[in-house]
Write a protein that binds this ligand. Structure first.
Ligand code: SF4
Length: 470
């Protein structure tokens, strides 16, 4: 089972929700959705590409051990080092040991969900090593002291005025609410850090087994700076990122940027095979890859749940999700938010830690329709709901007994016409005690967990009257 001690639950995140949600989130996701639709329309064979991507991913999942061993062999042949980390603790320790051996005091980081997963920054800081995020969105949320709210756009929930306020407070300057100026300020600070850092840390979008190549897809130049300027490069990557060969990679590269940001290709696609070989070449003198399991091997045993590892982290599912768009990423409570997080976290952490997530969905199916690798997200959500309620071969039931009892009582009540009618009359009266101007901002437990993040509309049982009138 994954180490869950490092995860922040909903209650902690709900304290961080800025006032700009959901407007900022809706604006950004709307832009991504429009861009994706335009790029997809340009590719008449888009559906065939999706099918190919899904088939390649399933094949890789079934043969992951062989491809990982092939990747390891090729990295070592190219002069790199490969480390296997069973848990997040192991991964943190490996990176810390490498950093200490090289007397690292400053590490610059490219955007990486794997390092978020293992909470690497906190471990480095506790060891006296400054770990600086250099992706602009990650830099902003690091300054703000919060977590990411979207897979590809971590600070998507913040308006430019809020970012200016964060810069002003944390950097001690008078930052204007102007995106160009804010970017210039960040760039100036970060350039110095790239040149001073002793270690660069990154994740990877893909690992090509055929040649031992690490592939990074980015839109800012920071990934290149992190992986070429410092003398030492350490990449922390989930074992699910491996792809068999370059032919497979081209399929994913055609889908990733189109699905994520509506671009044909990201600004930078970087291929790293080992350290620099000769003086005069760019790149680090030492190159390490930490292959992170952290619960993935267990998930691989479940024939339904393991399809989560087809994911290429494009974020398209979050952009169309009616839940994500309206409450933003923090309401999910874990480092990967949105539909993909709702099937990733409960499997990685166990349903006892994240059992609410499979229920944080309307099961509308919009996510599965846009997913470029055809992950059946609603089917996996239903599978996980069953696991929470009843348990299965892979996990015990974790639904608390009072809730299971309440579900049985409601199932009985909903099947009795007279009881249902009575409840529909009593409930609006009871809830009117808590409502103000048509909204309930502080409901009694268990509904209080909802109203902590956003108000509920007042209960109305007018459907039957409305139906009768028609
Ligand atoms: S589940 Fe599909 S749509 Fe969502 S991030 Fe992963 S690949 Fe993209």
């Amino acid at each position: 089972m994954t180490d869950t001690s490092t995860y922040i639950g909903f209650d902690a995140y709900s304290e961080q929700i800025p006032a700009s949600i959901p407007v900022a989130v809706q604006q950004a996701t709307g832009k991504f959705v429009g861009g994706r639709a335009a790029r997809v329309a340009e590719l008449p064979h888009f559906e065939q590409l999706r099918q190919m991507a899904s088939d390649i991913r399933l094949h890789t999942i079934e043969n992951m051990d062989a491809y990982l061993l092939c990747f390891e062999e090729k990295v070592m042949a190219a002069g790199g080092h490969v480390h296997w980390a069973a848990t997040s603790k192991d991964a943190r320790q490996i990176v810390l040991d490498i950093a200490r051996q090289h007397n690292v005091r400053l590490a610059v980081k490219a955007k990486s969900m794997a390092t978020e997963e293992i909470e690497l920054n906190q471990a480095l800081e506790s060891a006296g090593i400054e770990a600086l995020e250099t992706d602009l969105g990650e830099y902003i949320i690091q300054l703000a002291g919060t977590g990411p709210s979207h897979i590809i756009a971590p600070a998507v929930h913040l308006a430019k005025e809020e970012i200016a306020a964060i810069f002003s407070e944390k950097l001690g300057i008078n930052a204007p609410a102007d995106p160009v100026e804010l970017t210039r300020i960040a760039r100036e600070i970060l350039r110095e850090k790239f040149l001073a850092a002793q270690m660069g840390i990154s994740g990877a979008n893909f690992l090509v087994a055929e040649t031992g190549t690490l592939v990074m897809v980015t839109n800012e130049g920071n990934g290149r700076m992190c992986t070429t300027l410092p003398e030492l490069h350490v990449a922390v990557v989930g074992i699910d990122k491996v792809v068999p060969d370059w032919d497979s990679l081209t399929v994913f590269l055609k889908l990733l940027a189109r699905s994520a940001t509506g671009q044909k290709l990201s600004t930078y696609t970087q291929f790293i095979t080992g350290p620099r070989r000769e003086e005069g070449e760019f790149g680090p003198r030492e190159f390490h890859v930490v292959l992170l399991d952290n619960g993935r091997s267990n998930v691989l045993k479940d024939p339904i749940g393991r399809e989560v590892f087809k994911c290429i982290r494009c974020g398209a599912c979050a952009n169309v999700c009616p839940v994500y768009k309206n409450v933003g990423g923090f309401a999910y409570g874990w480092f990967i938010s949105g539909p993909i997080g709702a099937i990733f976290s409960p499997q990685m952490l166990g349903t006892s830690a994240a059992r609410e997530l499979p229920y944080a969905s309307t099961l509308c199916g919009a996510c599965a329709e846009v997913c470029p690798v055809k992950i059946p997200i609603p089917a996996i959500l239903r599978h996980l709901r069953r696991r929470v309620a009843e348990g299965d071969d892979f996990a015990l039931a974790t639904m608390p007994i009072p809730i299971r009892a309440a579900a049985r009582v409601s199932s009985f009540a909903l099947a009795q016409n007279w009881l249902y009618r009575l409840g529909a009359r009593i409930l609006p009266l009871a809830m009117s005690i808590f409502s103000r101007d048509g909204w309930i901002s502080c409901a009694p437990y268990p509904l209080s967990r909802w109203t902590k993040a956003r108000p509920l509309p007042k209960f109305s049982a007018g459907f039957r009257q409305w139906w009768g009138r028609r």
